[in-house]
Design a protein around this ligand. Structure first.
Ligand code: S6P
Ligand code: ZN
Length: 183
């Protein structure tokens, strides 16, 4: 039997960096074209979020885990958010553990049901099989959370890239509000 050695990763809460780094993926506004309602007239190409994947085999039995950091800010009225995805293997679930900041977790099924959960320090959110998921930073500091999901889950971005999500999170009178997507 070829055993993998157990190992630790360390998330540096001051630098907001994973050690050792693993795979670091940064998403800027240009990586999310068409996902925000008002993306024109935004100065520059702001970094919206980044996430660190611990490198693991993409096979059943393993548990992928990664840390996402969404910077605070808005594009038009919409708060900074992730692209959102279904898992390629749709019957795989995920757990998000929020370690800093405040936000919303928007989920949707292919039948069109939507659910929105609050994210705040200490919250453990369960994303059951079949629900697509997107996270939104509604606070003034970085929103930081750990995601844990099956090794073979994979990611399907296409559906949300093409059709968006039914619920948007916008700022109204200084407060986050969940609204229906007008498109
Ligand atoms: C992976 C998990 C997260 C996201 C990350 C970025 O299954 O849900 O690690 O990958 O939050 O979001 P997205 O939608 O760009 O992958
Ligand atoms: Zn996921």
């Amino acid at each position: 039997m070829n055993y993998m050695d157990p190992f630790n990763s360390f998330f540096n809460m001051k630098e907001l960096e994973l050690e050792p780094e693993g795979d670091l993926i940064a998403r800027r506004l240009s990586d999310m074209q068409g996902m925000y309602q008002q993306e024109d007239n935004v100065a520059g190409n702001p970094k919206i979020y980044e996430y660190y994947n611990v490198r693991l085999p993409e096979i059943p039995g393993h548990l992928q885990h990664c840390v996402t950091v969404i910077s605070p800010g808005k594009i038009g009225k919409e708060y900074h958010m992730t692209k959102g995805h279904y898992h390629e293997v749709e019957e795989t679930a995920e757990i998000y553990f929020t370690i800093q900041g405040r936000g919303k977790l928007v989920m949707q099924t292919k039948e069109g049901d939507s659910k929105v959960l609050d994210m705040e320090e200490g919250m453990i959110s369960y994303i059951p099989p079949y629900w697509s998921h997107r996270t939104i930073n509604t606070g003034e500091e970085p929103l930081v959370f750990v995601g844990v999901y099956p090794g073979n889950a994979g990611h399907n971005y296409g559906d949300i890239e093409e059709r968006g999500m039914k619920k948007l999170v916008v700022e109204e009178d200084g407060q986050p509000k969940v609204i229906d997507n007008p498109d």
